[in-house]
Design a protein. Sequence first.
Lengths: 146, 256
Amino acid sequence: MSRPAHPHAMAPHTPGRTRTAPPQMPSTWWSAPRIRNYLLFDATGIVYYLISFLAIGMVQALARGPESWEAVMTRLRHPAYIAFHVLCLVSVVFVAVRFFSLFPKAQPKAIGPIKPPPGPVIHAMLYVVWLGITAIMTAILAGVIF
Amino acid sequence: MADKTIVITRFDPDKDQAPRKQEYKVPCEPDWKVLDAINFIKDELDGSVAHRWSCRMAVCGSCGMMVNGEPKLTCKTSINDYGDRVDIEPLANFPIVRDLVVDLDGFMHKFQSVKPWIIRAKEKAADPIAARAALHPVKGTYSQSADQLATFKQFSMCINCMLCYAACPVVANEPEFLGPAAIALGHRYNMDSRDEGQGERNEIFRGEGTVFSCSYANECSEVCPKNVDPAAAVNQAKFGAVIDWAKNLVLPRGGA
Protein backbone atom coordinates (compact mmCIF):
# COMPACT_ATOMS: atom_id res chain seq x y z
CA MET A 1 0.00 0.00 0.00
CA SER A 2 2.96 2.34 0.53
CA ARG A 3 5.83 3.69 -1.52
CA PRO A 4 8.69 5.95 -0.41
CA ALA A 5 8.04 9.69 -0.27
CA HIS A 6 10.95 12.14 -0.65
CA PRO A 7 13.58 10.77 1.77
CA HIS A 8 13.94 14.18 3.42
CA ALA A 9 10.22 15.03 3.60
CA MET A 10 9.49 16.47 7.08
CA ALA A 11 13.00 15.49 8.16
CA PRO A 12 13.84 16.36 11.77
CA HIS A 13 15.61 19.68 12.30
CA THR A 14 18.02 17.92 14.65
CA PRO A 15 18.73 14.64 12.88
CA GLY A 16 20.11 11.53 14.51
CA ARG A 17 18.19 11.69 17.79
CA THR A 18 16.62 8.35 17.03
CA ARG A 19 16.64 5.88 14.15
CA THR A 20 13.56 6.37 11.98
CA ALA A 21 12.12 4.70 8.90
CA PRO A 22 12.00 6.97 5.84
CA PRO A 23 8.70 8.72 5.10
CA GLN A 24 6.15 6.88 3.00
CA MET A 25 3.13 7.83 0.96
CA PRO A 26 0.23 5.78 -0.45
CA SER A 27 1.35 3.93 -3.56
CA THR A 28 -2.00 4.66 -5.19
CA TRP A 29 -1.96 8.37 -4.34
CA TRP A 30 -2.57 9.29 -7.98
CA SER A 31 -5.79 7.27 -8.21
CA ALA A 32 -7.77 9.14 -5.54
CA PRO A 33 -10.52 11.09 -7.37
CA ARG A 34 -9.54 14.50 -5.93
CA ILE A 35 -5.87 14.04 -6.80
CA ARG A 36 -6.84 12.76 -10.25
CA ASN A 37 -8.68 16.05 -10.88
CA TYR A 38 -5.65 17.99 -9.69
CA LEU A 39 -3.32 15.98 -11.95
CA LEU A 40 -5.66 16.48 -14.92
CA PHE A 41 -5.69 20.22 -14.13
CA ASP A 42 -1.89 20.30 -14.30
CA ALA A 43 -1.75 17.96 -17.32
CA THR A 44 -3.79 20.40 -19.41
CA GLY A 45 -0.51 22.38 -19.61
CA ILE A 46 0.66 19.79 -22.17
CA VAL A 47 -2.33 20.60 -24.41
CA TYR A 48 -1.55 24.36 -24.23
CA TYR A 49 2.10 23.60 -24.99
CA LEU A 50 1.12 21.68 -28.11
CA ILE A 51 -1.41 24.25 -29.36
CA SER A 52 1.18 27.00 -28.97
CA PHE A 53 3.22 25.28 -31.74
CA LEU A 54 0.10 25.21 -33.92
CA ALA A 55 -0.49 28.92 -33.30
CA ILE A 56 3.14 29.79 -34.14
CA GLY A 57 2.86 27.68 -37.32
CA MET A 58 -0.30 29.58 -38.32
CA VAL A 59 1.40 32.96 -37.83
CA GLN A 60 4.35 31.77 -39.97
CA ALA A 61 1.91 30.55 -42.66
CA LEU A 62 0.20 33.94 -42.63
CA ALA A 63 3.58 35.63 -43.16
CA ARG A 64 4.40 33.32 -46.08
CA GLY A 65 1.32 34.37 -48.08
CA PRO A 66 -2.26 33.40 -49.06
CA GLU A 67 -1.43 29.96 -50.52
CA SER A 68 0.38 28.89 -47.39
CA TRP A 69 -2.49 30.16 -45.22
CA GLU A 70 -5.07 28.27 -47.30
CA ALA A 71 -2.99 25.09 -46.96
CA VAL A 72 -3.05 25.44 -43.18
CA MET A 73 -6.81 26.04 -43.21
CA THR A 74 -7.30 22.88 -45.32
CA ARG A 75 -5.13 20.89 -42.92
CA LEU A 76 -7.15 22.13 -39.94
CA ARG A 77 -10.29 20.52 -41.40
CA HIS A 78 -8.75 17.09 -40.85
CA PRO A 79 -10.64 15.12 -38.13
CA ALA A 80 -7.44 14.78 -36.04
CA TYR A 81 -7.07 18.57 -35.81
CA ILE A 82 -10.77 18.97 -35.02
CA ALA A 83 -10.45 16.36 -32.23
CA PHE A 84 -7.40 18.19 -30.90
CA HIS A 85 -9.32 21.48 -30.80
CA VAL A 86 -12.23 19.80 -29.02
CA LEU A 87 -9.69 18.49 -26.46
CA CYS A 88 -8.35 22.05 -26.05
CA LEU A 89 -11.86 23.40 -25.50
CA VAL A 90 -12.65 20.73 -22.88
CA SER A 91 -9.31 21.46 -21.16
CA VAL A 92 -9.97 25.20 -21.02
CA VAL A 93 -13.49 24.73 -19.63
CA PHE A 94 -12.22 22.21 -17.04
CA VAL A 95 -9.38 24.51 -15.92
CA ALA A 96 -11.67 27.54 -15.77
CA VAL A 97 -14.31 25.75 -13.67
CA ARG A 98 -11.72 24.40 -11.20
CA PHE A 99 -9.82 27.69 -11.03
CA PHE A 100 -13.00 29.74 -10.58
CA SER A 101 -14.20 27.44 -7.79
CA LEU A 102 -10.92 27.88 -5.86
CA PHE A 103 -10.27 31.56 -6.67
CA PRO A 104 -12.69 33.31 -4.26
CA LYS A 105 -11.24 31.83 -1.07
CA ALA A 106 -7.70 32.76 -2.15
CA GLN A 107 -8.60 36.45 -2.07
CA PRO A 108 -7.23 38.53 0.80
CA LYS A 109 -9.92 39.31 3.39
CA ALA A 110 -9.10 42.99 3.01
CA ILE A 111 -6.52 45.23 1.33
CA GLY A 112 -6.34 48.16 3.70
CA PRO A 113 -9.90 49.47 4.13
CA ILE A 114 -11.13 47.75 0.94
CA LYS A 115 -12.94 44.45 1.41
CA PRO A 116 -13.57 42.16 -1.59
CA PRO A 117 -17.18 41.14 -2.32
CA PRO A 118 -18.46 37.82 -0.89
CA GLY A 119 -17.14 34.57 -2.44
CA PRO A 120 -20.29 33.71 -4.45
CA VAL A 121 -20.29 37.21 -6.00
CA ILE A 122 -16.61 36.87 -7.03
CA HIS A 123 -17.43 33.41 -8.40
CA ALA A 124 -20.33 34.78 -10.47
CA MET A 125 -18.24 37.78 -11.65
CA LEU A 126 -15.54 35.43 -12.98
CA TYR A 127 -18.10 33.59 -15.12
CA VAL A 128 -19.65 36.86 -16.35
CA VAL A 129 -16.20 38.22 -17.37
CA TRP A 130 -15.27 34.90 -19.02
CA LEU A 131 -18.51 34.66 -21.00
CA GLY A 132 -18.34 38.37 -21.86
CA ILE A 133 -14.81 38.11 -23.27
CA THR A 134 -15.79 34.94 -25.17
CA ALA A 135 -18.79 36.75 -26.70
CA ILE A 136 -16.66 39.75 -27.75
CA MET A 137 -13.98 37.48 -29.29
CA THR A 138 -16.65 35.50 -31.14
CA ALA A 139 -18.19 38.71 -32.46
CA ILE A 140 -14.77 39.95 -33.67
CA LEU A 141 -13.93 36.63 -35.37
CA ALA A 142 -17.38 36.44 -36.98
CA GLY A 143 -16.92 39.95 -38.35
CA VAL A 144 -19.91 41.34 -36.45
CA ILE A 145 -17.76 44.07 -34.92
CA PHE A 146 -14.63 45.62 -36.48
CA MET B 1 -20.45 -6.76 16.10
CA ALA B 2 -18.43 -7.48 12.94
CA ASP B 3 -15.00 -9.05 12.62
CA LYS B 4 -12.62 -6.89 10.62
CA THR B 5 -9.04 -7.43 9.55
CA ILE B 6 -7.02 -4.47 10.74
CA VAL B 7 -3.66 -4.19 8.99
CA ILE B 8 -1.20 -2.11 10.97
CA THR B 9 2.20 -0.83 9.84
CA ARG B 10 4.84 -2.02 12.29
CA PHE B 11 8.36 -0.66 12.64
CA ASP B 12 10.71 -1.31 15.53
CA PRO B 13 13.86 0.81 15.10
CA ASP B 14 15.86 -1.77 17.09
CA LYS B 15 14.82 -4.79 15.00
CA ASP B 16 13.29 -3.80 11.63
CA GLN B 17 15.17 -2.56 8.59
CA ALA B 18 11.95 -1.24 7.05
CA PRO B 19 8.26 -0.96 8.01
CA ARG B 20 6.25 -4.16 7.68
CA LYS B 21 2.54 -5.04 7.92
CA GLN B 22 0.81 -7.04 10.61
CA GLU B 23 -2.80 -8.23 10.50
CA TYR B 24 -5.17 -8.48 13.46
CA LYS B 25 -8.72 -9.85 13.59
CA VAL B 26 -10.77 -7.39 15.61
CA PRO B 27 -14.43 -7.81 16.68
CA CYS B 28 -15.61 -4.25 15.97
CA GLU B 29 -18.66 -2.83 17.75
CA PRO B 30 -21.07 -0.78 15.58
CA ASP B 31 -20.25 2.50 17.35
CA TRP B 32 -16.46 2.10 17.25
CA LYS B 33 -14.10 4.65 15.84
CA VAL B 34 -10.87 3.53 14.17
CA LEU B 35 -9.03 4.51 17.35
CA ASP B 36 -11.18 2.08 19.37
CA ALA B 37 -10.03 -0.76 17.12
CA ILE B 38 -6.36 0.22 17.56
CA ASN B 39 -6.83 0.50 21.32
CA PHE B 40 -8.47 -2.96 21.32
CA ILE B 41 -5.42 -4.38 19.56
CA LYS B 42 -3.10 -2.64 22.02
CA ASP B 43 -5.11 -3.73 25.10
CA GLU B 44 -6.20 -7.25 24.10
CA LEU B 45 -4.09 -8.61 21.25
CA ASP B 46 -0.64 -7.04 21.09
CA GLY B 47 0.64 -4.62 23.71
CA SER B 48 3.72 -3.79 21.62
CA VAL B 49 1.75 -1.69 19.08
CA ALA B 50 2.73 1.97 19.45
CA HIS B 51 0.35 4.81 18.58
CA ARG B 52 -0.47 8.32 19.81
CA TRP B 53 -3.82 9.43 21.13
CA SER B 54 -5.19 11.54 23.93
CA CYS B 55 -8.55 13.34 24.01
CA ARG B 56 -10.79 11.06 21.88
CA MET B 57 -12.87 14.07 20.81
CA ALA B 58 -10.98 15.58 17.84
CA VAL B 59 -9.43 18.37 19.88
CA CYS B 60 -5.88 17.32 20.72
CA GLY B 61 -4.80 16.37 17.18
CA SER B 62 -2.69 13.40 18.40
CA CYS B 63 -4.32 10.46 16.64
CA GLY B 64 -3.84 11.39 12.98
CA MET B 65 -3.03 8.34 10.83
CA MET B 66 -3.53 7.09 7.29
CA VAL B 67 -6.71 5.02 7.11
CA ASN B 68 -6.98 3.17 3.80
CA GLY B 69 -4.54 5.67 2.31
CA GLU B 70 -6.28 8.85 3.48
CA PRO B 71 -5.16 11.04 6.41
CA LYS B 72 -7.79 10.85 9.17
CA LEU B 73 -8.24 11.67 12.83
CA THR B 74 -8.84 8.12 14.03
CA CYS B 75 -10.98 9.26 16.98
CA LYS B 76 -13.38 10.96 14.56
CA THR B 77 -13.54 8.26 11.89
CA SER B 78 -16.03 5.43 12.20
CA ILE B 79 -14.50 1.98 11.60
CA ASN B 80 -17.77 0.86 10.03
CA ASP B 81 -17.37 3.36 7.20
CA TYR B 82 -14.81 0.88 5.85
CA GLY B 83 -15.04 -2.68 4.57
CA ASP B 84 -13.82 -5.90 6.15
CA ARG B 85 -10.16 -4.93 5.75
CA VAL B 86 -8.82 -1.63 7.08
CA ASP B 87 -5.26 -0.53 6.44
CA ILE B 88 -3.83 1.76 9.12
CA GLU B 89 -0.48 3.42 8.50
CA PRO B 90 1.50 6.24 10.09
CA LEU B 91 0.95 9.70 8.60
CA ALA B 92 2.41 9.91 5.10
CA ASN B 93 5.42 12.17 4.41
CA PHE B 94 6.77 11.89 7.98
CA PRO B 95 9.73 9.80 9.20
CA ILE B 96 8.44 6.86 11.24
CA VAL B 97 9.70 6.60 14.82
CA ARG B 98 7.86 3.41 15.70
CA ASP B 99 4.75 1.66 14.32
CA LEU B 100 2.13 4.41 13.93
CA VAL B 101 4.18 7.13 15.63
CA VAL B 102 5.88 9.73 13.42
CA ASP B 103 8.70 12.18 14.11
CA LEU B 104 7.30 15.64 14.86
CA ASP B 105 10.61 17.49 15.02
CA GLY B 106 10.59 18.76 11.42
CA PHE B 107 6.98 19.87 11.80
CA MET B 108 7.64 21.73 15.05
CA HIS B 109 10.63 23.49 13.50
CA LYS B 110 8.56 24.65 10.51
CA PHE B 111 5.86 25.80 12.91
CA GLN B 112 8.31 27.83 14.96
CA SER B 113 9.99 29.31 11.89
CA VAL B 114 6.91 31.41 10.94
CA LYS B 115 7.11 33.26 14.30
CA PRO B 116 3.65 32.27 15.59
CA TRP B 117 3.36 34.96 18.23
CA ILE B 118 2.32 38.60 18.31
CA ILE B 119 5.20 40.83 17.27
CA ARG B 120 5.05 44.48 18.33
CA ALA B 121 7.49 47.13 17.16
CA LYS B 122 7.01 48.84 20.51
CA GLU B 123 4.91 47.62 23.43
CA LYS B 124 2.03 49.90 24.35
CA ALA B 125 2.26 51.14 27.91
CA ALA B 126 -0.62 49.86 30.03
CA ASP B 127 -2.76 52.43 31.73
CA PRO B 128 -2.98 51.05 35.28
CA ILE B 129 -5.41 53.68 36.54
CA ALA B 130 -7.87 53.12 33.71
CA ALA B 131 -7.49 49.34 34.02
CA ARG B 132 -8.14 49.40 37.80
CA ALA B 133 -11.15 51.63 37.47
CA ALA B 134 -12.32 49.70 34.39
CA LEU B 135 -12.96 53.06 32.80
CA HIS B 136 -12.17 51.81 29.32
CA PRO B 137 -13.08 48.13 29.29
CA VAL B 138 -13.12 48.05 25.48
CA LYS B 139 -10.09 50.24 24.76
CA GLY B 140 -7.58 47.96 26.47
CA THR B 141 -3.92 47.69 25.45
CA TYR B 142 -4.62 45.10 22.74
CA SER B 143 -8.33 45.61 22.13
CA GLN B 144 -9.78 43.95 19.04
CA SER B 145 -13.20 44.23 17.44
CA ALA B 146 -15.32 41.25 16.40
CA ASP B 147 -14.76 42.19 12.74
CA GLN B 148 -11.00 42.19 13.22
CA LEU B 149 -11.17 38.80 14.95
CA ALA B 150 -13.29 37.39 12.12
CA THR B 151 -10.49 38.02 9.58
CA PHE B 152 -8.30 35.30 11.11
CA LYS B 153 -10.41 33.28 13.58
CA GLN B 154 -10.86 30.38 11.15
CA PHE B 155 -7.07 29.99 10.82
CA SER B 156 -6.58 29.91 14.58
CA MET B 157 -8.70 26.74 14.91
CA CYS B 158 -5.84 24.46 13.83
CA ILE B 159 -5.20 21.57 16.25
CA ASN B 160 -1.79 20.67 14.76
CA CYS B 161 -2.96 17.19 13.74
CA MET B 162 -0.65 17.28 10.66
CA LEU B 163 -3.21 15.62 8.36
CA CYS B 164 -2.65 18.48 5.91
CA TYR B 165 1.06 17.63 5.72
CA ALA B 166 0.25 13.98 5.03
CA ALA B 167 -2.15 15.00 2.23
CA CYS B 168 -0.04 17.70 0.55
CA PRO B 169 1.65 16.60 -2.71
CA VAL B 170 4.18 19.44 -2.38
CA VAL B 171 5.27 18.35 1.13
CA ALA B 172 5.87 14.88 -0.34
CA ASN B 173 8.29 16.27 -2.94
CA GLU B 174 9.81 19.49 -1.56
CA PRO B 175 11.29 19.04 1.92
CA GLU B 176 11.91 22.81 2.31
CA PHE B 177 8.24 23.74 1.84
CA LEU B 178 6.86 25.27 5.05
CA GLY B 179 3.63 23.35 4.60
CA PRO B 180 -0.07 24.16 5.06
CA ALA B 181 -0.46 24.37 8.86
CA ALA B 182 2.67 26.47 9.44
CA ILE B 183 1.75 28.94 6.69
CA ALA B 184 -1.86 29.10 7.94
CA LEU B 185 -0.57 29.90 11.42
CA GLY B 186 1.84 32.55 10.15
CA HIS B 187 -0.96 34.06 8.07
CA ARG B 188 -3.24 34.00 11.11
CA TYR B 189 -0.77 36.28 12.94
CA ASN B 190 -0.28 38.45 9.84
CA MET B 191 -4.05 39.05 9.82
CA ASP B 192 -4.18 39.82 13.54
CA SER B 193 -4.86 43.54 14.07
CA ARG B 194 -2.60 43.54 17.16
CA ASP B 195 0.41 42.22 15.23
CA GLU B 196 3.13 44.27 13.56
CA GLY B 197 5.32 41.41 12.30
CA GLN B 198 3.91 41.06 8.77
CA GLY B 199 7.18 42.24 7.20
CA GLU B 200 9.24 39.59 9.02
CA ARG B 201 6.83 36.78 8.24
CA ASN B 202 6.35 37.79 4.61
CA GLU B 203 10.11 37.64 4.20
CA ILE B 204 9.98 34.05 5.54
CA PHE B 205 7.07 33.30 3.20
CA ARG B 206 9.15 34.48 0.23
CA GLY B 207 12.34 32.73 1.37
CA GLU B 208 13.36 29.06 1.45
CA GLY B 209 10.23 26.93 1.81
CA THR B 210 8.32 29.66 0.01
CA VAL B 211 4.54 29.83 -0.04
CA PHE B 212 4.78 29.97 -3.85
CA SER B 213 5.68 26.25 -3.93
CA CYS B 214 2.00 25.57 -3.21
CA SER B 215 0.29 24.46 -6.42
CA TYR B 216 -3.20 24.75 -4.89
CA ALA B 217 -4.05 21.06 -4.98
CA ASN B 218 -6.45 21.93 -2.13
CA GLU B 219 -5.87 18.52 -0.52
CA CYS B 220 -4.95 20.12 2.83
CA SER B 221 -8.37 21.74 3.08
CA GLU B 222 -10.14 18.56 1.97
CA VAL B 223 -8.66 16.51 4.83
CA CYS B 224 -8.66 19.20 7.55
CA PRO B 225 -10.90 17.93 10.39
CA LYS B 226 -11.50 21.43 11.80
CA ASN B 227 -12.37 23.26 8.54
CA VAL B 228 -9.42 25.59 8.94
CA ASP B 229 -9.04 25.69 5.14
CA PRO B 230 -5.23 25.95 5.07
CA ALA B 231 -5.28 26.18 1.24
CA ALA B 232 -7.14 29.50 1.56
CA ALA B 233 -4.57 30.73 4.09
CA VAL B 234 -1.62 29.70 1.91
CA ASN B 235 -3.03 31.41 -1.16
CA GLN B 236 -4.01 34.54 0.77
CA ALA B 237 -0.45 34.52 2.15
CA LYS B 238 0.84 34.55 -1.45
CA PHE B 239 -1.09 37.78 -2.07
CA GLY B 240 0.22 39.24 1.20
CA ALA B 241 3.82 38.32 0.36
CA VAL B 242 3.56 39.87 -3.13
CA ILE B 243 1.88 43.07 -1.89
CA ASP B 244 4.52 43.39 0.84
CA TRP B 245 7.31 42.88 -1.73
CA ALA B 246 5.78 45.54 -4.02
CA LYS B 247 5.42 47.99 -1.12
CA ASN B 248 9.09 47.48 -0.20
CA LEU B 249 10.06 48.08 -3.82
CA VAL B 250 8.14 51.35 -4.06
CA LEU B 251 8.76 52.53 -0.50
CA PRO B 252 12.05 50.88 0.58
CA ARG B 253 12.07 52.61 3.97
CA GLY B 254 8.37 52.14 4.57
CA GLY B 255 7.66 55.65 3.31
CA ALA B 256 9.67 57.24 6.13
